[in-house]
Design a protein around this ligand. Structure first.
Ligand code: ATP
Ligand code: MG
Length: 840
């Protein structure tokens, strides 16, 4: 089970994982912790992340970026239509009516749904996590903006599924940040004390999010959130791009917007300039060489002018801050700290405005870029049974009020009821009671479309099926559970019919809550009883699953009070049975299952295609590297290890291959490169091997010589009656002598023969053979010469001396012979008469 958090940003993504050492933001294959949210399509493969970003100028029409906000939107959506005009790549309508992107991939025009594109990005992030954890990744937590509606959230969930991820929670950006802030704090107020209130501000590339959170020991509760979905770093880039488009238009008579490639370059340079202006208030240059029509352009700007140009954007900073304070009824003095994160929070004018609003210094205790991913990884660790994390309960909010409407049975009119008000705790479930004789439909919608950053307030329709009257002919009581789940998605999660059975005594049953006449028109909402109790339930559920249900009756929309106390006339003996009812969902822009399965399958195929292409490229690179390496060495270290004729023919072969790589061999199958390399190696490897042998052979001879000397020393000492070796058996010592002589003869013979060879000829003896000889000698002799001398009890008076060191003659032989297998160094031997040996 993996514990991973993904921050999928509009511009860039971060991956955090939990390991034994704690939470860690991990780097991608370029050793960068930031992975650009780019996907590029080519004739043979896709590039994702940094590799894709590097193609944004050269392959701009097929390099997709800035697609995060296209999730869950119709192609006709005003946001999509306005984005379309500013994007360099093409958008297209999917057969279902949602948004897709149109690119050339594998030399064909292809339309990918936005879920597929995000899945591609997630595939890359998943690989990054897998490389860091060295195991497959599936379980994860993914961040989304807190203002995402149901359709957008479901679309991201689908993307996760296409990428083979099991998203345990879609976590709101600012809630993830709050968790990353709170879980490590040791000094939070006790649960019964006044909570610590912290405001979190995330200024990203495309959006601006604010939330106020209350912290107590072991828990955080989001009090409210606000946003501006049209304020972020990219809007400041836009200001700069517009400024320079106009300036270059006047100065150089260039229509920059007519050339996508030039425009992409201008965006890149303007973003760099924006970042520089955060650190520097003086005049700064913007230069682009060969910008358009071979013209080099240049301009300057400073922070003061930039702030003047951005006045309209900067004026928008205060709105969401004020909104959060109003929603939560907090006073500025209630705020303990204002934590800012997100790349664009580094813009000085934004910081100033936030700081001025709260009348306090801003805190930057969190990593502005990585806090969201870290929070997600922490949430994943909390949800994972495999990880032990400090208890920390999180209560989020429902961002927009949700209502249900349905058709009344009696008057055929429409009734409705708000089931979740704005900032209601989430995740949360409620049970609604209806009295019906037949199937009915509930329609869920956001009841305040004005505050939605989304054009369609519909959430979906839920058809409660198989509803039948009671045997008595009366309406049946139908309990419907609605919930906002961990992902912040609304659903009708279950429905059941309460069937009244005969009483035990055979009396006529009397159902306690049989509706009064006309009750069919009503709905009863089982809602919160006590806030505290609700909180507890949510917290418990939040830990590993979801929320518990609440069941208390209140009145319905028509204002007809429904008593939540059991009626006086209640008869205890009545038996009821709950029958689960099927629900048919029709959710706004929900991807159909068969389509989702097809996307999963296609993603698998594309991953395979990328892998094959990578292998093909690697094979090609191997040929290229080999050509360059051998060409250099052939006229360098290898020069003497090949005769002139062979050197010339190999040289020509290398040159031909180099040319081939740029021509016919530019684009071949993997096997062609593999064969080409084998062909070259057939010529090159013998030369290389002679060189390596010549380097290694002397060392191997030296090692063998050392062994021979060592054993010979023991033989000589034994013959000289050295008491160090008098415990050895003569027969065995003779065996050593014989082995040593044999080895010496073998070595001298080989050395003599080898010395007559020239370097371009194959060696008479291979290093491996010499090493085998050394090993053989060791096996035959070592156990004999190192045989320990039997211990003799020292006389009593010598005991004291023993403490100062071993008594001479009591220990085993001093010769401690190195094991050639283990590469141990043998001791130096300086005395004893040793045979002469040639050492290469
Ligand atoms: P979002 O949260 O909107 O989905 P994101 O998470 O990709 O987007 P971030 O990575 O938080 O966005 O921020 C990226 C933005 O921050 C870019 O516009 C970038 O130019 C801007 N940015 C980064 N560093 C600086 C800086 N030093 N000064 C000004 N802007 C900066
Ligand atoms: Mg972000």
């Amino acid at each position: 089970m993996s514990v991973v958090g993904f921050d999928v940003g509009f511009q860039s993504c971060y991956v955090a994982v939990a390991r034994a050492g704690g939470i860690e933001t991990v780097a991608n294959e370029y050793s960068d912790r930031c992975t650009p949210s780019f996907v590029s399509f080519g004739p043979r493969n896709r590039s994702i992340g940094a590799a894709a970003k590097s193609q944004v100028v050269t392959n701009c029409k097929n390099t997709v970026q800035g697609f995060k906000r296209l999730h869950g939107r119709a192609f006709s959506d005003p946001y999509v239509q306005s984005a379309k005009s500013s994007l360099v790549y093409d958008l297209a309508q999917m057969p279902t009516g949602t948004t897709g992107i149109k690119v050339m991939y594998m030399e064909e025009e292809k339309v990918f749904s936005i879920e597929q594109v995000t899945a591609m990005l997630l595939t890359k992030l998943k690989e990054t996590a897998e490389a860091a954890l060295k195991k497959p990744v599936a379980d994860c937590v993914i961040s989304v903006p807190s203002f995402y509606t149901d359709a957008e959230r479901r679309s991201v969930m689908d993307a996760a599924q296409i990428a083979g991820l099991n998203c345990l929670r879609l976590m709101n950006d600012t809630t993830a940040v709050a968790l990353a802030y709170g879980i490590y704090k040791q000094d939070l107020p006790a649960p019964e004390e006044k909570p610590r209130t912290v405001v979190f501000v995330d200024v990203g590339h495309a959006s601006y999010q604010v939330s106020a959170c209350a912290f107590n020991k072991g828990k955080l509760k989001v009090l409210g959130s606000a946003f501006d979905h049209e304020l972020g770093g990219k809007d400041f880039d836009e200001v700069l791009v517009s400024y320079f488009c106009e300036e270059f238009g006047q100065k150089y008579k260039l229509d920059v917007r007519s050339k996508p490639r030039a425009l992409v370059r201008l965006y890149q340079e303007c973003e760099k300039l924006k970042k520089l202006m955060s650190a520097n208030s003086s005049d700064l240059p913007l230069n682009i060489e060969c910008f358009m029509n071979d013209i080099d352009v240049t301009g300057t700007l400073n922070r003061a002018k930039f702030e003047e140009l951005s006045a309209g954007l900067l004026a928008k900073v205060e709105g969401p801050l004020r909104s959060v304070m109003e929603q939560t009824k907090l006073k500025k003095e209630d705020i303990y700290a204002v934590e800012i994160i997100g790349g664009a929070s580094r813009i000085p004018a934004i910081k100033e405005r936030i700081s001025k609003f709260f009348g306090k210094e801003l805190s930057t205790t969190l990593n502005a870029d990585e806090a969201v991913a870290r929070g997600c990884a922490l949430q994943c660790a909390i949800l994972s049974p495999a990880f032990k994390v400090r208890e920390f309960f999180i209560t989020d909010v429902v961002p927009y009020p949700i209502s249900l409407k349905w058709t009344s049975v009696a008057d055929e009119g429409i009734s409705d009821c708000e089931v979740f008000q704005k900032n209601h705790a989430a995740p949360f479930s409620k049970v609604l009671t209806f009295y019906r004789r037949e199937p009915f439909t509930l329609e869920a919608y956001y009841n305040n479309p004005k505050e939605l950053p989304y054009p369609n307030p519909n959430i979906g329709q839920f058809n409660i099926q198989k509803v039948v009257p009671q045997p008595s002919g009366e309406s049946s009581k139908v309990k419907v559970k609605v919930r906002v789940n961990v992902h912040g998605v609304f659903s009708v999660s279950s429905a059941s019919l309460v069937e009244v059975l005969k009483s035990a005594e055979g009396e006529e049953p009397m159902e306690t809550e049989t509706p009064a006449k006309g009750d069919e028109n009503k709905m009863q909402v089982d809602q919160e009883v006590q806030k505290a109790q609700a909180d507890d339930q949510k917290e418990n559920a939040d830990k590993k699953s979801d929320t518990e249900d609440m069941e208390t009756s209140t009145e319905d929309k028509q204002g007809e009070k429904k008593n939540d106390q059991p009626p006086q006339a209640k008869k205890a003996k009545v038996k009821t049975k709950s029958v689960e009812l099927p629900i048919e969902n029709s959710l706004h822009w929900q991807l159909a299952n068969d389509m989702l399965n097809l996307f999963v399958e296609n993603e698998g195929k594309m991953i395979m295609q990328d892998k094959l292409e990578k292998e093909r490229n690697d094979a090609k690179n191997c040929v290229e590297e080999y050509v360059y390496e051998m060409r250099d060495k052939l006229h360098g270290v290898l020069e003497n290890f090949v005769n002139e004729t062979n050197r010339d023919s190999f040289s020509i072969k290398l040159e031909d291959t180099e040319n081939w790589l740029y021509e016919e061999g530019e684009d071949q199958q993997k096997q062609v490169y593999v064969d080409k390399l084998a062909e070259l190696k057939k010529l090159g490897e013998p030369i290389l091997s002679r060189y390596i042998e010549a380097e290694e052979r002397p060392k191997a001879f030296e090692e063998l010589g050392r062994q021979i000397q060592l054993y010979m020393k023991v033989v000589v000492a034994y013959k000289a009656k050295d008491e160090l070796y008098d415990h050895l058996e003569e027969l065995e010592v003779m065996k050593v002598e014989k082995q040593v002589n044999e080895a010496m003869t073998w070595m001298n013979n080989k050395m003599n023969l080898q010395s007559k060879q020239i370097l371009s000829q194959d060696p008479v003896v291979r290093t491996q053979e010499i090493q085998a000889k050394t090993k053989e000698l060791y096996s035959a002799c070592n156990h004999i010469v190192t045989k320990p001398k039997p211990k003799v009890e020292p006389p009593k008076e010598e005991k004291a001396a023993e403490q100062n060191g071993p008594v001479n003659g009591q220990e085993g032989p001093e010769a401690h012979v190195g094991n050639p297998e283990k590469g141990q160094a043998s001791p130096e031997i300086t005395d004893a008469k040793l045979p002469e040996m040639d050492i290469d």
